[in-house]
Design a protein around this ligand. Structure first.
Ligand code: M6R
Length: 363
């Protein structure tokens, strides 16, 4: 039941500290990720793997895009990510020793399942499903699986399923790095352990995010910007907003702004930007200046210490500092809350948006 919450989506947003802790439970040891979490043969397979193909749909696809940044950076393994409905109809060329990873909340999405079946005679090393529903078709038909443990997700808009997928993908990244004897910053591990608490702190910003949401209720369009692993988080933020509030939203890597979308920016175009403290911050700041110069209204979710200040045309909400590797997880939460509050203001059916189904079991 929804308990004290007005909608399932809100309840599921608030469950994230708990389910993220569940997704980590028993999977971290003193030295790092317990590779056996992925199955008894996982250590040997990850050591053998020379590249990874990730296939998924919708929000799960966005999780895959984040994982590409992580796996290439921390595990040094080449990664390709594709939406299942394209992948399954393409003449995919599979290099030797490639691991296939499918991502799905339900494990019943028709295109993702068909992609897995299509891949079965393509010579993959093995298939791993990262999934939330035990015993689902995807889990049954894959060689290995890692459950995300988010619990039942009722809201059509995926929230806790996404953040627990990201946790699972960070575990995969660290396990792959370990299998390949690559050292990773031990601070990532301690940040993972602190993640549920940091998420709780971010949920504490709910009132402020609700106040921000008023600026969107009358808008027709919105632009989301991020760089690096925060570009997929911008994509996910835009998907959430369009899905439940029916506001047209698009996401761009901030560096693409001047290659076209800047033409759309005027005082009627809210621009939401994600500004964690990483080595792309300087570049992002100059992109934000380009928006200001066109009269755009900026809404920035930023790390405490980044020096982006409130101005007449710039609203800033500060998030607690987090290791840059895990920032995509934390910055997802304010975007979920923002679209939730905009939808409530607009009076749409938050848990059952028009035209959409929770599980897309037909093509
Ligand atoms: O169950 P799956 O993760 O395979 O579902 C994939 C998409 O249908 C799903 O993520 C969809 O995009 C959500 N409604 C997004 O909120």
């Amino acid at each position: 039941s929804k308990g004290e919450y007005r909608h399932y989506m809100l309840k599921e947003i608030y469950e994230q500290p708990t389910v993220i802790a569940a997704a980590l439970e028993g999977r971290l040891g003193e030295e790092g990720v317990l590779v056996e979490s992925f199955g008894p043969e996982a250590a040997a397979l990850l050591q053998q793997a020379r590249q990874i193909h990730i296939v998924a749909c919708g929000t799960s696809y966005h999780a895959g895009l984040v994982a590409r940044y992580w796996l290439e950076r921390y595990a040094g393994i080449p990664v390709q990510v594709e939406v299942a409905s394209e992948y399954r109809y393409r003449d995919v060329v599979v290099p030797e020793e490639t691991l296939l990873v499918t991502l799905s909340q339900s494990g019943e999405t028709a295109d993702t399942l068909a992609a897995l079946r299509f891949a079965q005679n393509k010579g993959y090393l093995s298939s791993l499903a990262i999934c939330n529903v035990p015993g689902s078709s995807l889990v049954r038909e894959s060689d290995l699986c890692l459950m995300t443990r988010a619990g039942p997700e009722i809201g059509v808009a995926s929230t806790k399923a996404f953040t627990t997928q990201l946790v699972a993908l960070m575990l995969l990244t660290l396990a792959t790095a370990r299998a390949k004897s690559r050292s990773v910053d031990p601070a990532i591990l301690s940040a993972l352990r602190k993640l549920p608490d940091l998420c709780r702190q971010v949920l504490g910003l709910d009132r402020e995010i609700e106040a921000l949401s008023q600026a969107f209720a009358e808008k027709q369009h919105a632009l989301f910007l991020g760089r690096g692993a925060h570009f997929p988080i911008a994509l996910e933020g835009a998907l959430k907003l369009k899905e439940i509030s029916y506001i047209h939203a698009e996401a761009y890597p901030a560096g693409e702004l001047k290659h076209g979308p800047l033409a759309l920016v005027d005082s009627e175009m809210p621009v939401i930007s994600i500004a964690p403290n990483d080595d792309l911050l300087g570049k992002l700041k100059s992109n934000l200046q380009e928006v200001r110069a066109r009269g755009g209204q900026l809404f920035v979710f930023a790390d405490e210490g980044v020096g982006i200040d409130e101005q007449e045309d710039t609203r800033v909400l500060h998030l607690p500092h987090i290791h840059e590797a895990l920032a995509p997880l934390l910055y997802t939460l304010p975007l979920q809350l923002l679209s939730y509050h905009v939808a409530v203001l607009k009076g749409t059916d938050v848990d059952q948006p028009r035209n959409l189904a929770k599980s897309v079991t037909v093509e």
